[in-house]
Design a binder for this molecule. Structure first.
Ligand SMILES: Cc1cc2nc3c(=O)[nH]c(=O)nc-3n(C[C@H](O)[C@H](O)[C@H](O)COP(=O)(O)OP(=O)(O)OC[C@H]3O[C@@H](n4cnc5c(N)ncnc54)[C@H](O)[C@@H]3O)c2cc1C
Length: 304
């Protein structure tokens, strides 16, 4: 916990902040403490004031996170409205703060006639989240673009790392323990910006045709197993449209679970478990969630 009136802080500090307001599934209990830093220097001050045993959860735009109904017994650090610097630093390199939306980065690069980041336009999260997840779409992935990343630890110490300091796989990134991303330098190629923007438009149209964009979801719930698609396996089990409480498997894309409006996090998690169990029983394939499930079950609630 931080002191009740910490000196020098310029960010937004809230107690018992509903996480449903900050994640794209629109569910989840409160965070005991929620902090949106004003900028990187403010984040350093905030971290230096934290007690060493305070649990920390880093949040981007919450587009890949299921927060349980009992909320977060710790501090959430929200970068989505902060760490927003975005600039070209040399001919082929763009530096982005961890809080910058991926979509903005894709368009910024195209505007500079720098190509290779078009796929980022379809990822509704921050660059920090994209680094943590190795987010990807339409054949592109985040880490092949990375020249180096800047991290911060819980004492507010900042470091630069090369990609070789991280083990990067499909939707999985392991790196130095206890460090989080605050910025990235992306290496692009020189190209035709107008063509790049046209590609962005085409990818977003394809996405709109195949995914339930605009409804509360977290995108694909499960990782694709090697050589197959989770959506195909789920659909083949007849689970499209299957519901649990207010949560339903999308009828448009079987790997999406939609909050119909009154779902709880427990409804969503129980549906995730049911889908995974059914796919395992029918196909003999174990699906692993791509979405990060965090926090505590509601008092008296059951954590599947
Ligand atoms: C409609 C829809 C479509 C989607 N399509 C795709 C897609 O095509 N491809 C794809 O890969 N994903 C997709 N996603 C999932 C999601 O957008 C990505 O995983 C995205 O990278 C998450 O970014 P975020 O900022 O929202 O992260 P969050 O959901 O806020 O966090 C995700 C994880 O990253 C960690 N994290 C966040 N910021 C940092 C940081 N600065 N440092 C360290 N860790 C951090 C969090 O602690 C958490 O573990 C989609 C989601 C939706 C809702």
């Amino acid at each position: 916990m931080v002191a009740e009136h910490p000196p020098l802080l310029r960010g937004k500090l809230r107690r018992n902040e509903s996480m449903a307001r900050h994640v794209s599934w629109r569910v989840g209990g409160p965070a005991r403490t929620y902090y949106e830093p004003a900028d990187i220097d403010d984040l350093v001050v905030f971290l230096q004031q934290l007690s060493p045993d305070e649990p920390l959860l880093w949040l981007g735009l919450g587009s890949n996170m299921l927060v349980r109904d009992g909320g977060i017994a710790g501090t959430v650090i929200a970068t989505g409205g902060a760490l927003m610097d975005l600039e070209r630093i040399d001919a082929l390199t763009v530096r982005a703060g961890a809080g910058v939306a991926c979509n903005k980065v894709a368009r910024f690069c195209a505007g500079l006639d720098l190509v290779g980041g078009e796929f980022l336009a379809g990822i509704p999260g921050t660059m920090g989240g994209a680094l943590a997840m190795n987010a990807g779409a339409f054949g592109g992935e985040t880490w092949p673009l990375v020249r180096r990343v800047e991290t911060i630890d819980r004492h507010g110490v900042r470091r630069w790392h090369e990609p070789g300091d991280f083990q990067v796989a499909y939707r999985e990134v392991r790196g130095p323990a206890g460090e989080w991303f605050v910025a990235v330098e992306l290496h692009l190629q020189s190209g035709d910006g107008a063509a790049s923007l046209a590609r962005v438009k085409e990818l977003l149209e394809r996405r709109n045709q195949t995914q339930p964009i605009g409804l509360p979801s977290c995108g694909s719930v499960f990782r694709n197993p090697p050589g197959d698609h989770a959506a195909r396996l789920i659909e083949a089990c007849g689970l499209k449209g299957a519901c649990h409480g207010g949560a339903c498997v999308s009828t448009k894309h079987a790997n999406f679970i939609i909050n119909g409006g009154d779902a709880s996090a427990a409804d969503i998690e129980e549906l995730i478990v049911r889908v995974a169990e059914t796919v395992e029983r029918v196909h003999g394939i174990h699906l692993y969630p791509e979405v990060r499930i965090v926090g505590d079950a509601a008092p008296g609630g059951v954590q599947p």
